[in-house]
Design a binder for this molecule. Structure first.
Ligand SMILES: [Zn+2]
Length: 143
């Protein structure tokens, strides 16, 4: 029942479960030789497309990039601009919460998105948040 939730609009509506599964699939391509902590993310665009991403680590640890930002950068540089949801999956009790850096980027480029979080060992238990809820009063440049 919970997993029957749909996101998106009209004929583009997609089950939350499908987006979670896309994040789990993206996780398979994580490049995490140091931490072994594999994370997958999947963004749902307003027009119904799914863009996945996974974390990539560097021997220079500070250069590592999270799955959420990889997915977001892929989507943005492919020309997508409107996002309705993002799913994040990793083997972590209760699911992996996005870090502060990812919350900032999501607040800038996907402010209306829902955020679905799941443990890769239990994809049916999903926590739902909003980007705004995860980063209230996000940093913005004055326009
Ligand atoms: Zn992050």
């Amino acid at each position: 029942m919970e997993n029957e939730e749909k996101v998106g609009a009209g004929s583009r509506r997609l089950s939350r479960e499908k987006l979670i599964q896309a994040a789990a699939k993206a996780r398979e391509n994580a490049v995490a030789p140091y931490s072994k902590f594999k994370v997958g993310a999947a963004l749902l665009t307003q027009d119904g497309q799914i863009i996945g991403g996974a974390n990539v680590e560097s021997a220079s640890y500070g250069l590592t990039c999270c799955a959420e930002r990889i997915a977001l950068f892929k989507a943005l540089t492919d020309g997508h601009k409107k996002f309705v949801a993002v799913a994040v999956v990793a083997r972590w009790d209760g699911g992996p919460m996005p870090c502060g850096a990812c919350r900032q980027l999501l607040a800038e480029y996907a402010p209306e998105a829902k955020v679905f979080i799941a443990d890769s060992d239990d994809l049916k238990t999903v926590k739902t948040f909003t980007v705004r809820g995860l980063l209230p009063l996000a940093f913005r440049l004055a326009s």
